[in-house]
Ligand binder design. Structure first.
Ligand code: GCB
Length: 585
């Protein structure tokens, strides 16, 4: 199933919702009973006592009424909205009503969720529309048949418990912000509509080859006429049926007529896909990205990726970033002199990628296949593919996205993992073979120095390495000893760094001081610059972030490896990194 893409007018269901925690998971049965008996109980909504499920409205103590929750904003991270829910992990019922004007009614209506952490179950007017697992990617359900004229009642059960067979699973070094963390929209479309489309480009001897695929749903065997247009380039072409609702076409445009998208000049073009009575528009970039002779090339030119890693988190807002947060992130990224950012360890809001398109910042995007995933479990593998698919199909039109990362620090001595991860790399390529596939791997310390001993490396276009010389082990500047990979695959240092509490000062060899962290950055940046195989650097991390397993006196619930603290105050390492990037231009 392809994702319902976002570039069209929608009706937002963001705003004030009601939220009710259900820690003991009691209410689903009563809630469903209510709809069975709706005629007897027209005013309420699951108004049942847990002691007397059959009680009438008059004598019911009403332990649970979907309209009588706490008022919360959507999108939001629930624990940030209601302080006593800060560490809550369990079920929460969300509800809101909305009116539908039947006269303006479209043929078909979908409900689209930007991201809900972690499991979601959705009912509209008592009808179960669907379920979803995974906290960071969008999903949609068709609501056409459940919609009513006038008032509609939308109920969403959110479960933010951590699961052993989840992705991620129970153990992560980040905070588990539950809730409807991204926007909810009603999407209205005609009977036959453009579900998604993909624009790919590469350079071929002075020509920009552009290929376009569009997926049309609901045409019922009656092929509509489908076309794509790039108005600013004065180009248009028909897309031909390719089976299973897919339509494809290509354009060849002389390079001289095109402003290619690059980090220096991130030029975007409008693209418009029409199919019968439906049309969607987006802004895309035309560019050529590939790896050759150990380099990452953008439009044929080698690039050194001056990066930074970041989590999606904002003080007091959890994972529900707003426009101001996105603005602030790009201010820091630009101030550091970056041309690249690693969005760790899960898909961030798609607004980050849209902004990166405009700013000319290349992105590493990843799914939360992190640490100890149960790779042997087939259901977990299916969930893994689903999360990859939902991310790739969301962002495959974003020119900023350069790398899809399939995993972070998974055990390279585990045979099952070594069978499954190459399959996932191939799966990503089958969805999108115009970007580079990577993963954050470990490097092994041996008697001869550092070696990449991960069998996954031969399946990757770029090898990501997380190493903490100078912090967890070794000396910060010993990356010179890094062994050349025989294949010459380019390496990005996907993580390195050390912790420091903002404002804590001392000698450069005193842990947790800004001076110590800055010294690690001096050693690491020097080593990275001297190693030819390293083509990029995204140290850990832009800002301090909440991490339940970090509790010493300097941490108190935060991972302190930020070059900025959680309030936006810069540490000395920020300046070391910025100075280094001046020299890497
Ligand atoms: C890592 C992980 C990252 C942690 C970091 C740390 O290698 O990928 O999620 O937060 O180390 O601070 O130890």
């Amino acid at each position: 199933m392809h994702l319902l893409a976002h570039p069209r007018e929608t009706r937002s269901l963001d705003g004030t919702w009601q939220a009710i925690p259900d820690q003991y998971e009691n209410f689903e049965g009563y809630f469903e009973d209510f709809f069975d008996e709706e005629d007897d109980n027209p005013a309420g909504f699951a108004v049942k006592s847990i002691y007397e499920p059959g009680a009438s409205e008059e004598n019911d103590p009403c332990d649970f009424n979907i309209h009588d929750g706490r008022s919360v904003a959507v999108p939001s991270s629930l624990g940030e909205e209601i302080p006593e829910f800060r560490h809550y992990e369990g079920w929460v019922w969300y509800a809101r009503t909305f009116d539908r004007d039947a006269a303006a009614g479209a043929d078909r209506t979908f409900l689209r969720f930007g991201a809900v952490n972690y499991k979601t179950k959705v009912w509209l007017n008592g009808e179960l529309l669907g379920t979803h697992e995974g906290g960071y990617t969008p999903f949609s359900f068709e609501a056409t048949d459940a919609l009513e004229d006038g008032e509609n009642v939308l109920v969403v059960q959110v479960d933010n418990q951590r699961y052993e067979d989840g992705i991620p699973n129970e153990s992560t070094d980040w905070f588990n912000f539950g809730g409807i963390n991204r926007s909810v929209d009603l999407v209205e479309v005609p009977d036959a509509y453009v579900r998604n489309f993909k624009v790919e480009s590469d350079l071929d001897d002075g020509t920009v080859d552009v290929s376009v695929s569009a997926w049309i749903d609901g045409a019922d065997g009656d092929d509509p006429s489908v076309s794509v247009a790039f108005p600013e380039l004065d180009r248009e072409t028909a897309l031909e049926p390719a089976g299973d609702g897919e339509f494809t076409g290509a354009l060849r445009i002389p390079e001289a007529e095109v402003s290619l998208w690059s980090t220096e000049d991130p030029h975007l073009y409008t693209v418009r896909v029409e199919a019968g009575g439906d049309a969607v528009e987006d802004r895309v970039g035309l560019r050529d990205l590939r790896v050759r002779d150990g380099d990452v090339l953008l439009n044929g030119e080698p690039l050194w990726l001056r990066g930074i890693a970041l989590h999606e988190e904002s003080a007091g807002k959890g994972r529900a970033l707003d426009a101001e947060d996105i603005e602030e992130r790009f201010r820091w990224i630009n101030e550091l002199g970056c041309n690249y950012a690693r969005l760790a360890h899960y898909p961030h809001t798609e607004e980050m990628a849209r902004r990166a398109d405009e700013e000319g910042i290349l992105l590493w995007e990843e799914v939360p296949a992190y640490w100890d995933i149960d790779f042997g479990d087939e259901e977990v593998q299916e969930l893994y593919r689903q999360q990859l698919r939902e991310l790739v199909q969301r962002d495959w039109n974003r020119p900023s996205v350069a790398m899809w990362s399939i995993a972070n620090e998974t055990d390279h001595t585990d045979d099952t993992r070594n069978e499954v991860l190459p399959e996932m790399a191939e799966y990503v390529r089958s969805l999108d073979d115009t970007r580079l596939v990577t993963a954050a791997c470990f490097v092994d310390e041996t008697d001869d120095g550092l070696e990449i001993r991960d069998p996954l490396q031969e399946h990757l276009d770029v090898i990501g390495i997380n190493e903490y010389h100078g912090w967890y082990y070794g000396d910060a500047d010993n990356m010179q000893a890094f062994q050349e990979d025989p294949e010459g695959t380019p390496v990005v240092i996907s993580e390195t760094g050390g912790g420091a509490k903002w404002g804590h000062h001392g000698d450069a060899d005193e842990r947790w001081t800004e001076e110590h962290q800055a010294e690690i950055y001096r050693g690491q940046t020097k080593a990275a610059a001297e190693n030819d195989q390293i083509v990029g650097f995204s140290p850990w991390i832009l800002f301090d972030f909440r991490a339940p397993m970090r509790q010493n006196e300097f941490q108190r619930g935060y991972n302190r490896k930020g070059v900025v603290d959680q309030h936006g105050r810069k540490k000395q390492a920020f300046h070391v990194l910025r100075d280094f990037y001046q020299t890497q231009r």
